[in-house]
Write a new protein. Sequence first.
Length: 294
Amino acid sequence: MAISYRKIERLVCALPIFCLSLAGLAADWPQWRGPSRNGVVRDVEVPAQWPEALSEEWKVTVGEGSSSPVVVDGKIYLLTRQVANEEIVLCLDSASGKEIWRSRYAAPYELGGPAHGFEGPRSTPSVAQGRLFTFGISGILSCFDAKTGKVQWRKDFTGQYPQTAPGWGTGASPLLDGGLCIVHVGGPDRGGLTAFDMRTGEVKWCYDGDGPAYGSPIVVDLAGERQVVTLTLNYFLGVSAVTGKLLWSIPCREIHSENCMTPILFGDLLIFAGRKENPRAIRLEKKRVGDHAN
């Protein structure tokens, strides 16, 4: 029996409020929005009393960008730009700020069209299985040995897509799941949500139905299927995490092509919004072929 998806869409007035515990300094934060990619921190005891003032223990100049640092096994990893035409990946000791290694590579980039602001990277690195993955502002995808900084593989998509980053630069952070590194490559004219083998960089699947936006994908188990859910240039959609096959999509077109939200899973609801739009929630349901989709 074939399966498709029924979408039940409803407007929500506000995003849900989560009760969060405070993160301990020793907890890993290996990717954008934390271990579960949802901004939630757990299993940490809140101090009974906070100090009246904080004292600086160390400070390091890292350069330009809005890429978030990530922390794994007491090491801080950061993607940044310190000089023109080059991106730098730093590994620092979280206790002292001492540099453990750095890797630099050519990454020429100049904001064009309607874009403005700085030219530093926006995408947050991801760490898993001893590997560090970065996605630079011009769309260069790199895999490093997290311990040594040695490049394991690198992808430059200039030969595949006429433009390798959306108009304001690549902003989506790599999603790691099931041995795959999943990123939406390409530019505003054409692109593909693509899964690469974490070890080799081999392409395992690609959904090329739309160009990339700026929000990061998440992975969820809903309606009997593990799926990658993300905002693209024109849609909110889900594809199979195993094959990349499109499972469902909802038009989500922002007037300035700035879909920049990372969706949220709350129970069995997927919550998302276009820029300057009210948030929406959808519930996915299996249906038999031939059933009417709402």
